[in-house]
Design a protein around this ligand. Structure first.
Ligand SMILES: [Zn+2]
Length: 121
């Protein structure tokens, strides 16, 4: 079920890095929108997919202690981050496999659509 385009996108992410404050501050710029994956083990499959519309480093710090490793990538816009987050969410089998409780959400007042499913149609 692996699709080569999504595999490539996952592979292009930076990391894995230990999910620790000093590491996050060293490798993640605070400002741009971005997406991230969280892991329990360095070689295990991701347990959580997330995005940050503004401060990626701050968003990652909220997960310290809950997961042990992260991968991340910056995105050109919040919409780009949303689309990529959705793609990753579905790529890793959504809430059937991930600890995300639900499908990625849009910010209020935006009508972006998931590129994979029809949840927002
Ligand atoms: Zn979807």
């Amino acid at each position: 079920m692996a699709d080569p385009i999504q595999e490539k996108r996952v592979g292009e992410m930076q990391g894995p890095f230990p999910l620790k404050k000093d590491i996050i501050e060293a490798v993640v710029l605070p400002k741009p929108p971005g997406i991230f994956l969280l892991f329990n083990g360095i070689y295990s499959s991701p347990k959580y997919v997330g995005r940050a519309d503004r401060n990626l480093a701050k968003a990652l710090k909220t997960w310290i202690g809950k997961y042990h490793f992260f991968k991340f990538d910056f995105c050109a816009s919040p919409e780009g981050a949303f689309l990529r987050e959705c793609s990753l969410y579905h790529h890793f089998a959504g809430s059937r496999h991930l600890e995300n409780g639900s499908h990625p959400q849009r910010p209020p007042n935006f009508n972006w659509r998931c590129p994979v499913c029809k949840i927002f149609e």
